[in-house]
Design a protein around this ligand. Structure first.
Ligand code: HEC
Length: 102
């Protein structure tokens, strides 16, 4: 009976961490609505660069640079300033999970 109890614990803590990762991505997908009015979600490059499939760390670093004003494109600075660290993390999790389609 004790054995059975510990198997259940292991199984359920794995499931919980998976749900957490998916939640972050879902939150990112929700927030991405604000980005995809400019950045195309299919990964096609226009005059606005594609951000689909970017490495999560690179995307986080670039958004933080816009937020701090190190990068100074006015559109992106105002977008990045409205995001907190958790939202940036969620967006990075979401965009890095997508495959560019072209
Ligand atoms: C109003 C239009 C607009 C919106 C909304 C917008 N962006 Fe941008 N974004 C741009 C433009 C224009 C550039 C290119 C800036 C430049 O060339 O310096 C850019 C650049 C970027 C870059 C750097 C791309 C590169 O190749 O250097 C990233 C990353 C990025 N945006 C992420 C986002 C995210 C994430 C969101 C949503 C939270 C978002 N953007 C919302 C217009 C927008």
């Amino acid at each position: 009976m004790r054995m059975f109890g510990s198997v259940v614990t292991i199984c359920c803590s794995l499931a919980v961490s998976n749900v957490w990762a998916n939640d972050l991505k879902d939150y990112g997908e929700y927030l991405a609505g604000e980005c995809t009015t400019c950045h195309r979600i299919d990964g096609a490059q226009s005059e606005i660069p594609s951000i689909v499939g970017w490495d999560a760390e690179a995307l986080t670093a670039v958004l933080k640079s816009y937020k701090s004003g190190e990068l100074d494109n006015p559109a992106m600075v105002s977008v990045a300033k409205s995001l907190d660290d958790e939202q940036i993390k969620a967006l990075a999790a979401y965009f890095s999970s997508l495959e560019p389609k072209n």
